[in-house]
Each structure stands twice: as structure tokens, then as C-alpha cells.
Design a protein around this ligand. Structure first.
Ligand SMILES: [Fe+2]
Length: 191
């Protein structure tokens, strides 16, 4: 019985630690994506106000995951049901901080997992239906996810990251025009 209790306490402690790590990772990823999105957005002819909306949306794009921290604190492998749940995080983010995002910011957060090929979520938008700022945010988000250490895996080598971004553009997962600018910007690493 004592052994069982100790094992339970240890497993609860591990769960708590992995949730704290997941929160830290979420915070750091959001901060980096905020910076990356603004740098990338600077390569397009955006107005100052649009860049501000992009930065705010980029910093808050995954805030909905706070409501599902147990899901994102695992080892990166999710069941089909958990993956389905995770698809609600853009909408939850809009519910949480929508007032602060403004109408364009809400669309950008809502659309950050949409794909030009129509296979993204939550609405399966295609090509021009996707807000241009959401297309920029998606590339910054993918770049950071691939180029940074995660709780459950190490970062990919830069050459691999660039190759993966180009492959995703070719498959219609990311906007090719945005990926082209990102490769020019970060092909030799982020400075
Ligand atoms: Fe996300």
C-alpha cells in the first residue's frame, strides 16, 4: 500500500512538472512567434496598424491551449480523439482574449491553422479565403515549432527546417509566397 501511494505521488509530481514545462514552452514559443511574425511581416507592404495586429495575434495565437494544457504536456503523441480536441484551440483563444484582439486579430488567431489546400482547421478555408496576416503567422509558427527544442524532441537542423517549410509550401500547407520570404530571411538562421 505504501509503495502504491509513493508511486501515485511520484506520478502526480511528474504530471505537475510536465504541465509546468508545457506552460513554459507555450509562453516561450508564443513570444518567439510574436517576434518572428513581425520580422516576416516587415517583408510585406503592411501598414503599422496591421503589423501591430499581427504581433498581438502571434503572441496570443495558442492561448486557447491554456485550457487544454494536459493535452499538450504529453510526449507529443496524441490519440485521434485528443487531436480532434486540440483543433478547438484557435476558437478557445478567441473566446478568451477576443475583445483584446479586435476583429482582424480574432480572424488571424482563428485562421492560424488554415491551409491554402483547404485541409486546415477549423473551417477548411482555401487560398485567398485565408487572411494574409494568418498566412504570415502560420509560417512563423511552423518555423519556430521546427527550429526550437520541444519538451518531447530536439530542434531540427536548419537545412531540414528550410526543406520542410518548402515541402509544406509545395503541398499547399503553407502559403508559398510567404515561405519564399521566410527562406530568404531565415535560410541562414535567425539573427
Ligand atoms: Fe496553434
Amino acid at each position: 500500500m505504501l509503495g502504491y501511494n509513493i508511486a501515485m505521488a511520484n506520478s502526480e509530481k511528474r504530471d505537475r512538472i510536465s504541465r509546468i514545462e508545457a506552460l513554459q514552452e507555450l509562453w516561450q514559443h508564443s513570444r518567439r512567434v510574436g517576434k518572428l511574425a513581425v520580422t516576416l511581416g516587415g517583408k510585406f507592404s503592411l501598414k503599422k496598424g496591421e503589423l501591430e495586429v499581427l504581433e498581438r495575434a502571434a503572441k496570443l495565437h495558442d492561448v486557447g491551449k491554456l485550457l487544454m494544457i494536459r493535452l499538450v504536456s504529453g510526449n507529443g503523441s496524441l490519440t485521434a480523439k485528443e487531436r480532434e480536441k486540440l483543433r478547438y484551440h484557435p476558437a478557445l483563444g478567441v473566446l478568451l482574449v477576443g475583445l483584446w484582439l479586435g476583429s482582424t486579430g480574432r480572424e488571424v488567431v482563428m485562421q492560424h491553422h488554415e491551409q491554402p489546400n483547404g485541409l486546415g482547421y477549423p473551417r477548411g478555408l482555401r487560398e485567398d479565403q485565408i487572411h494574409p496576416l494568418a498566412g504570415i503567422l502560420a509560417v512563423a509558427d511552423h518555423y519556430d515549432a521546427l527550429a526550437s527544442d520541444r519538451c518531447y524532441r530536439k530542434r531540427f537542423k536548419l537545412s531540414k527546417v528550410i526543406q520542410m517549410l518548402e515541402d509544406e509550401a509545395a503541398l499547399g500547407i503553407l502559403n508559398p509566397g510567404v515561405v519564399e520570404k521566410a527562406v530568404k530571411l531565415w535560410g541562414n538562421g535567425v539573427r
